[in-house]
Write a new protein. Structure first.
Length: 217
């Protein structure tokens, strides 16, 4: 039996949605952009395969809309978006299609995401490479992309970052004895992701500075 689109109607209370009728029977509701993108119109003959293409286009639109809402809140890695779309039960082919489209538009960019993450964690959170590397891994960033972003951290900058964070901690422990302060400081810097060489250097430097401030007897 020949099938034709008999009506395309605006849905009540949802003027961006359209109801498609085939041979007088409602078949599905879609976003208005699907109608436009596929060139659907009343009187058009439409096969079952073509209807399935409409269904797929609508699913892509829904997945894209969900992804864009996530990106409005904050930048995210490709893997983060993929995880959220899988959780919403979108099929893999739909998910990959949407991710590719967002990447082509520059809305998903793991390299830029990683670099921004590194900059923020160093300047804002005073973190070392190891912790940042762990966080990027949790975000699903590839080793190669993460290493490229981390390579932008100059060794002197990392040392100064560690020392700034350490000085705040050192001041808070003003009432503790030197050994306790050094242990607490080393533990703190380790949690912040600094390697042992930086921890040792910073701890020794702050201890020396403190000794120089002590009044001579």
């Amino acid at each position: 039996m020949e099938q034709r689109i008999s009506a395309i109607e605006v849905q009540e209370k949802r003027d961006n949605r359209r109801s498609i009728f085939v041979n007088g029977r409602f078949v599905l509701g879609v976003d208005e952009s699907v109608i436009s993108d596929l060139g659907l119109h009343v009187g058009q003959e439409i096969t079952e395969d073509e209807l399935q293409n409409v269904v797929r286009a609508e699913m892509i639109e829904k997945a894209k809309d969900r992804a864009l809402r996530l990106l409005e809140y904050r930048a995210r890695s490709r893997a983060e978006i993929a995880r959220r779309l899988r959780k919403a039960d979108f099929p893999e082919d739909i998910l990959e299609d949407v991710l590719a489209r967002l990447e082509s538009l520059g809305l998903i960019d793991d390299a830029q995401f990683s670099q921004d993450w590194v900059n923020h964690r160093v300047s804002g959170k005073k973190m070392g490479k190891r912790r940042i590397q762990y966080e990027l891994r949790q975000k699903g960033i590839s080793t190669e992309v993460a290493e490229e972003a981390l390579s932008s951290i100059d060794s002197d900058v990392e040392y100064e970052t560690a020392k700034e964070a350490a000085r705040r901690r050192w001041t808070k422990d003003a009432g503790a004895d030197e050994r306790t302060k050094r242990q607490r400081l080393a533990s703190f810097l380790q949690r912040q992701g600094f390697d042992w060489e930086i921890i040792k250097r910073v701890t020794n430097d702050l201890t020396t500075e403190a000794e120089e401030e002590w009044p001579e007897s």
